[in-house]
Design a protein around this ligand. Sequence first.
Ligand code: ADP
Length: 172
Amino acid sequence: MTGQPAITLVRGDITEQDADAVVNAANSSLLGGGGVDGAIHRRGGPEILQDCRRLRASRHGAGLPTGQAVATTAGRLPARWVIHTVGPVHSTTEDRGALLASCYRESLRVADELGACTVAFPAISTGVYRWPMDDAARIAVETVRGTRAAVEEVRFVLFDDRAYQAFARQLE
Ligand code: ADP
């Protein structure tokens, strides 16, 4: 059955979530980076990188385009899958709002394909990619509200109080 997923907010670390799938704010190389990406690979162990390398060797030789999403094992994380998506850099001249919305929509589409019931998202593009938190929260919440999926719960996992408050304001 598809419907609008319930939205929940937690302040915490995405690597500790017991959701079926956790979303990684990856970069297009799929070969690791800082922030969420670094934490997921560190904590999830080498199996995730092995899967990413396989994807590079098969479907995504040129890297994963911005706004798209792809799944791997979650290695040693409590989750079953990691869904890697590439957020837009805020200074990009492309249609960045559409690309950020696409990250959430595509990740949910992949989650549906996997049969995931709960999906945890970080605040994509708000770290190294420098998207203003309030605007990123608006796009994230509006996009999930506008998406029909079999996923039952979308959990936004916010790393600090500022991010948590920005998402909470969008849900009021
Ligand atoms: P991007 O490159 O898409 O900007 P980052 O990983 O640099 O991605 O940051 C995205 C957001 O995730 C930032 O708001 C950052 O504070 C937050 N963040 C960093 N580490 C974690 C973590 N372990 N769990 C949840 N959120 C995190």
